[in-house]
Design a protein around this ligand. Sequence first.
Ligand code: PXG
Length: 458
Amino acid sequence: MSVNDSRTQHWQALSGEHHLAPFSDYGQLKEKGPRIITRAQGVHLWDSEGQKILDGMAGLWCVAIGYGREELVDAAQRQMRELPYYNLFFQTAHPPALELAHAITEVAPEGMSHVFFTGSGSEGNDTVLRMVRHYWALKGKPQKQTLIGRINGYHGSTVAGASLGGMSGMHAQGGLPIPGIAHIPQPYWYGEGGDMTPEAFGIWAAEQLEQKILELGEDQVAAFIAEPIQGAGGVIIPPDSYWPKIKEILARYDILFVADEVICGFGRTGEWFGSDYYDLKPDLMTIAKGLTSGYIPMGGVIVRDSVAQVLAEGGEFTHGFTYSGHPVAAAVGLENLRILREERIIERARTETAPYLQQRLRELQDHPLVGEVRGLGMLGAIELVKDKATRSRYEGQGVGMICRNFCFANGLVMRAVGDTMIIAPPLVISHEEIDELVEKARRCLDLTLQSLERAIDR
Ligand code: PXG
């Protein structure tokens, strides 16, 4: 046994004996043991066996500026020395949170110049739920309580977050969703569009919002919440007809619109926010992940001035977290934003590297296993199918997981959502690293197809 083996086994034993991991099948995890990631640099990870892995998911969609940026380490260290903790409650504040609120609103859409800080995206969406209901109560319409989300949307794992999301597996545990939340279908043309054209399906999916508002009664509906592009649901890019139609519907009814920018925010689409890309003009935006490039936990809600004004006149908002606007997180967030802006990382992604990624990814379209390649900015999805023409799947064979496992074994993190492979690399990925990503992906698609053919032969 090598030294590495014994270290790996030690950590895997600790995992089985003491750790309850997020979103994991504990039986399976105990049997196989987790892969132990020990360090990272740029767009690459290393595991405890010394294997180098290209991180096609930027951690969990968050490491926008890549790993190993010493400036963020220094910012955290300086802030820890100066003021490691203080809170924003009860009429106090500290410089990093205030400076970061200002910096965020400099890049946020016009008219959105207020920020409420949280510790995560989930807490951001819990904040959204309470804030929009409080807003309507202050406006003298306390019956406007219901939030409309989407089936297969993802808004986090807290009680409100998981309820706003539309993940059936999450709703099945813990008695969710909580009351006062409704869901409409998602604009997932490839999976659910049937014989409709993408254009027609986009209109149909958007019209579900209007139907739901009418069914519930406009006077009962507080807000609609949606990701500009669904991330965890499988990088679902709506047909071009979808957002314009949703905007048209939102304009007809007096309800708030919340864009969950936890994944799309801070450059993922090649614009600062997904709302910029689609010109959504939301009332609130949930943020997290790319805000600190994942170096330290932080989330928040960016609030339109018209909403903030109502809150300002409403007395105390009885909501907040010990770590709302944590000074060390805020200092890291500020440095992250400085790097994104000064190094023009988002602009470079938009004009140079994202178009190259999209072009190279689409070369995989010719692979026998691939039904569709779609993507936008630094987001991509590959649909694995049995029959390209009918879009039918290899039912029940776990093809996505097979492919994911080949990727992991061959030095690439590419995630599977069902039989959809997804990528969201760090925004700083280079042309050469994109080549590496696509070449590894093709090789793993080949290996997946071979393993399916072997299974059929047997
Ligand atoms: N909104 C969106 C759109 C997200 O993607 C959250 C809210 C919640 O953020 P926190 O920081 O509370 O996790 C997320 C998180 C996956 C996966 O499987 C995605 C997320 C989290 C965990 C797993 O792709 N996104």
